[in-house]
Design a protein around this ligand. Structure first.
Ligand code: FAD
Length: 297
């Protein structure tokens, strides 16, 4: 790895000032789990990094505000999120998914800000946070802006972050009452390999009728996506195996996954179809489920 200068600001303002430069290789470093791999393989050769480690404790806070929104500071580690009773009470789908994210050594240091800024479409939290309509708060010399995660994740390893910008917080709006979900990830090679498909489904039900559905898919797609046409199809339908199977069919009707070592495009479509159906069946409120939450196929 090439030598580089490590700047260690103590305030958010100092960090933003250190990042405000014309040199595009000057980047923040949080947990370093993604950045260090890119530097070791010389994919990324920076001369200067801005460490976020000494920034104030408010960037490591998790809390729910008076309107019921969950706030997660950018420097909250994935392990703190996983163990947080606030997060598991807010949505156990998040906590359950985190338990299977990589290994505890990575989760101990990786941060939620670094997780989202990395823009890797295989990662676990983005589809779940997207289905929950999460927003990303971004700070820069110009002030602060908030973007829906949908608009933040632009493509393969591509986000809306501009040079000199830092994620400071992730905000997750409260779910409608009676809405619960299930996350399913499918790995094609070994159990700890990157997933070939991630699918998360949420249903809000009124007795046996679907009042609202939310479905997001990633890993098989170049970025996490919401399946709005499937969500519209499910609305006002009665819960049934046939409806879930039809929804799964619709989910892949326009999906064109990229082929790679984990499978051909056609194979991935088939996996997504099965995962959409199974995730819907496994939602506790779907009444067809013997267990909800997370499943690793
Ligand atoms: C062995 C291994 C296995 C993994 N397995 C999984 C897995 O199963 N599932 C999964 O979801 N993920 C997995 N990951 C990816 C992991 O989730 C990410 O590497 C991690 O979340 C990145 O967070 P970080 O704090 O370490 O980011 P860093 O490596 O510090 O930074 C990553 C990127 O984000 C930028 N950045 C960091 N913080 C901010 C900020 N606040 N604002 C703006 N930009 C910022 C950096 O400049 C860099 O471009 C794995 C990683 C490793 C190394």
């Amino acid at each position: 790895m090439n030598p580089f200068t490590l700047v260690q600001p103590e305030t958010l303002e100092e960090a933003i000032a250190a990042l405000a430069t014309d040199d595009a290789s000057v980047r923040p470093i949080a947990g370093g789990t993604a950045l260090m791999l890119m530097m070791k393989s010389k994919l990324f050769v920076p001369e200067k990094l801005v460490s976020l480690h000494r920034l104030p404790a408010n960037l490591r806070k998790i809390y729910i505000d008076e309107s019921g929104e969950l706030h997660i500071g950018a420097l909250v580690t994935l392990r703190s999120m996983e163990l947080s009773p606030v997060v598991s009470a807010f949505d156990p789908v998040i906590s359950d998914a985190l338990r299977t994210l990589s290994n505890v050594r990575v989760r101990n240091v990786a941060t939620v800000g670094g997780h989202l800024a990395h823009g890797d479409p295989h990662m676990d939290l983005p589809p779940i946070l997207m289905a929950l309509n999460a927003k990303v708060v971004i700070g820069s010399k110009a002030g602060s802006r908030t973007l829906p995660l949908m608009e933040f994740l632009l493509g393969y390893y591509t986000t809306a972050l501009q040079p000199g910008e830092l994620i400071t917080e992730v905000i997750v709006p409260a779910r409608p009452r009676e809405m619960s979900g299930a996350y399913l990830k499918y790995t094609a090679l070994s159990a700890d390999d990157w997933p070939m498909a991630n699918v998360v489904s949420y249903l809000q039900t009124n007795e046996d009728t679907i009042a609202e559905a939310r479905i997001a898919v990633s890993a098989a797609t170049e970025k996490p996506i919401r399946l709005y046409d499937v969500e519209t199809f499910l609305k006002n339908q009665k819960l049934s195996a046939e409806v879930f199977a039809d929804a799964a069919e619709l989910a892949v009707s326009n999906l064109r996954p990229l082929a790679d070592i984990r499978g051909s495009s056609g194979y991935k479509r088939e996996i997504v179809r099965v995962c959409v159906r199974r995730s819907l069946e496994r939602i506790p409120s779907s009444s067809m489920s013997d267990h909800g939450g997370f499943t690793h196929e």
